[in-house]
Design a protein around this ligand. Structure first.
Ligand code: TRP
Ligand code: ZN
Length: 500
């Protein structure tokens, strides 16, 4: 408000005095970001805005060499701060000056800059490192997967420690440039767009860029012999898919599913709004692990996802996460329902679209197939605990909760919420509580007890109101306001769903 001119000399003098004075009481950043499920994950005291990873990987020996440059801003006066990392560090520089470093805990790299850092200032951290990721463990496990011709980093919630130093928590999202040099004839796959490639001395470098905020666990690396395909969505988003040349019998089904990425992205856009990133696609490496993961813009699919034939449902699930989980990320790991409940619900909508059962029919089926004494009902999707974070209940009971919400607020409000949420919190973080408040605002309904019943009670809820009753209720309310009568039959509703 009250701007005044300061003589240049006075300004310089005040800055010189201000920096040491303000950082004088500097203290170490916390070794964890404060997530009760995973107290040591992430760190305190700074916020990363960009990772620049310049890597070289030799598949034969699993040797990884790298230089990571992190652009960050301090959020407190810092005498020291941590990164999460497992490989062997040879040098750390902070704002150009050599910093001392040590390891502690399971995966902490403690960095002490030559001078304390004042709160609110930009900081550049350069970490030079090398190591054999497959030889490193934390808490007794490793999520680094070697393949016959390379390796894959794609896991949840831990993946980064084995290949780059980070503030490893989805609350601190950043943009990425991932540049990877691999032997000629081998490819490196990562998130976003392939900006350029170059080749010399028997090595080929792949430069990938992901230009929207991205969580650490959604940053992926795959090295191996891949066949790349390209395309574009109807909104003009480039599609890049990659298939290991070593998929055996699963190759046909993998391609028949993942090549439908553009179509499925277009279809999801109808429900969730514009696709949030600069590229879309998936990769199928020759790994033996079984899952798929919603790595941002470039989904990881295990070939085993296609062992039973084509599987468009998993493509729908992982692409749904691009809105629910990737663009809007969880605030803490307890908010996993926002990821998995909605990605599963998208699969139910796809089933409806494919004429393989409506969302309501699938909800009824899930509800009926778990008797009241099934442990399924003891898992609260709204706060499952770290040991049940990826329990089937988070997915299926989670999607039931979504259907219960739909039946409570009616289709108009429900689909407005489904599309409005990814816009409201785009590229940010949000909690289950934020979701309830948002759904209440859009629908005008009070949803505390519905959420409590479906997301938090450790018991089977009473049978939900039959769909017909909900439709009849909506028709009454709307009728009173003179709004157009709602379709009567469930079939008609299913038909209109696809246009949302
Ligand atoms: N989020 C993944 C999905 O829904 C599944 C998943 C859960 C996972 N835990 C994982 C994937 C651990 C890899 C590693 O598709
Ligand atoms: Zn999922």
């Amino acid at each position: 408000m009250h701007r005044r001119l300061i003589a240049p000399g006075a300004l310089a003098a005040s800055l010189l005095l201000a920096i040491p004075a303000s950082a004088a009481g500097a203290s170490p950043g916390a070794p964890g970001i404060g997530d009760p499920y995973y107290p040591a994950y992430g760190n305190g005291g700074y916020d990363v805005s960009h990772y620049d990873l310049r890597l070289k990987y030799q598949p034969r020996t699993d040797e990884l060499e790298g230089t990571a440059t992190l652009l960050a801003t301090t959020t407190q006066d810092l005498s020291r701060f941590d990164l999460d990392f497992l490989l062997d560090v040879s040098e750390v520089r902070v704002n150009g000056a050599k910093a001392s470093f040590a390891t502690s805990g399971q995966h902490e790299l403690e960095i002490t800059p030559a001078r304390p850092l004042a709160k609110g200032t930009p900081v550049t951290v350069v970490v030079r490192y090398s190591g054999v990721p497959s030889t490193k463990t934390a808490y007794g496990f490793s999520t680094w997967h070697r393949t016959p011709d390379g390796a894959v980093a794609a896991d949840e919630p831990e993946a980064a420690w084995w290949w780059y130093p980070s503030n490893d928590h989805p609350r601190d999202k950043a943009t990425y440039d991932v540049s990877v040099s691999v032997p000629d004839g081998t490819q490196a796959i990562s998130n976003g767009t392939l900006q350029s490639t170059s080749s010399r001395l028997g090595w080929t470098r792949y430069n990938w860029r992901s230009n929207k905020p991205q969580a650490t666990y959604l940053t992926t690396l795959a090295v191996g012999k891949f066949d790349l395909t390209t395309g574009t969505t109807s909104d003009g988003v480039p599609v890049v898919n990659a298939y290991s040349k070593d998929l055996g019998d699963n190759e046909g089904a993998a391609r028949a599913s993942v090549e439908r990425t553009a179509e499925i992205t277009d279809w999801l856009t109808g429900y969730f709004g514009p696709y949030p990133f600069n590229s879309v696609g998936g990769y199928v490496p020759n790994t033996t692990t079984g899952y798929a993961l919603e790595t941002q813009t470039r989904v990881f699919y295990s070939p085993r996802q296609f062992a039973g034939g084509s599987n468009t449902s998993v493509v729908v699930h992982e692409l749904a996460h691009q809105w629910y989980g990737d663009s809007v990320s969880l605030a803490g790991w307890k908010d996993i329902w926002i990821n998995e409940g909605f990605a599963r619900y998208a699969q139910w909508l796809w089933s409806e679209h494919e004429g393989e059962g409506t969302a309501q029919e699938l909800a009824d089926y899930v509800y009926a197939s778990h008797p009241a004494d099934d442990a399924f009902w003891t898992v609260a999707p709204g706060d499952p605990g770290p040991e049940h974070q990826f329990d089937i209940a988070v997915y299926d009971r989670g999607a039931l909760a979504v259907q219960a919400l739909r039946n409570e607020v009616g289709d108009d409000a429900f689909f407005a919420v489904l599309k409005g949420w990814p816009k409201q919190f785009a590229y940010g973080n949000a909690s289950v509580d934020d979701f309830r408040k948002y759904a209440e605002k859009v629908s005008g309904a009070s949803l505390g007890s519905l959420f409590d019943t479906w997301l938090y009670q450790p018991s089977k809820p009473g049978a939900p109101a039959a769909r017909d009753a909900v439709i009849a209720r909506d028709a009454r309310t709307k009728g009173a306001e003179g709004a157009p009568a709602r379709p009567r039959s469930w079939k008609k509703i299913a038909a209109t769903d696809s246009v949302h």
